[in-house]
Ligand binder design. Structure first.
Ligand SMILES: Nc1ncnc2c1ncn2[C@@H]1O[C@H](COP(=O)(O)OP(=O)(O)O)[C@@H](O)[C@H]1O
Ligand SMILES: [Mg+2]
Length: 160
């Protein structure tokens, strides 16, 4: 199932992140793809706002940031841009993915050699111009698909 959204501003991308943050469930992994500056970190900041994990900052230097959410779960936010395959392995993001109380967001997910295939949301960001982004969201697995069926914001934007 794929949803397509055109964002016209940073605040629209933040709002999209908030919509996902309202419905996301522990055990789901979100893989983020797209060039530098296309809005991946902005999107995760919106997710964090909805989960009461405020002040999400880019993990491009820290590699992994961890936030406790209002429900006692953890928002794990990683950026693999600076890592090669061995670097990703030693980072140990799989551990977060396996622990049931975490929701994992991974920027530059193409650097992850073996990302999970089930209960995954893949998001592709593309800059159309300075302020417009095309954002495509693919939902895989029952847990992830439930987010669409439970939420008009996403079901209204489903691609045929
Ligand atoms: N529609 C939009 N959505 C998200 N960011 C936008 C948008 N239009 C302009 N921008 C700008 O693009 C940049 C996105 O930065 P960031 O989220 O850090 O990118 P990434 O994490 O993909 O490298 C910000 O400077 C933001 O203000
Ligand atoms: Mg980023």
């Amino acid at each position: 199932m794929t949803v397509k959204i055109i964002s016209n501003s940073e605040s629209e991308t933040l709002e999209l992140g908030r919509e996902l943050g309202k419905k996301i469930l522990p055990g789901i992994t979100v893989l983020l793809y797209g060039d530098l500056g296309t809005g991946k970190t902005v999107f995760v900041r919106g997710v964090g706002e909805a989960m009461q994990a405020h002040g999400v900052r880019s993990p491009s230097f820290t590699l992994i940031n961890e936030y406790e959410t209002k429900t006692g779960n953890f928002l794990i936010h990683s950026d693999l841009y600076r890592l090669d395959e061995n670097g990703v392995r030693s980072l140990g993001i799989e551990e977060y993915e396996r622990s049931g109380d975490s929701i994992l967001f991974v920027e530059w997910a193409e650097r992850w050699p073996n990302p999970p295939a089930e209960n995954v949301i893949k998001i592709f960001f593309k800059a159309l111009n300075e302020n417009q982004r095309e954002i495509k969201i693919l939902f895989t697995g029952e847990k992830a698909k439930k987010i669409i069926t439970d939420n008009e914001y996403f079901s209204d934007r489903l691609l045929p």
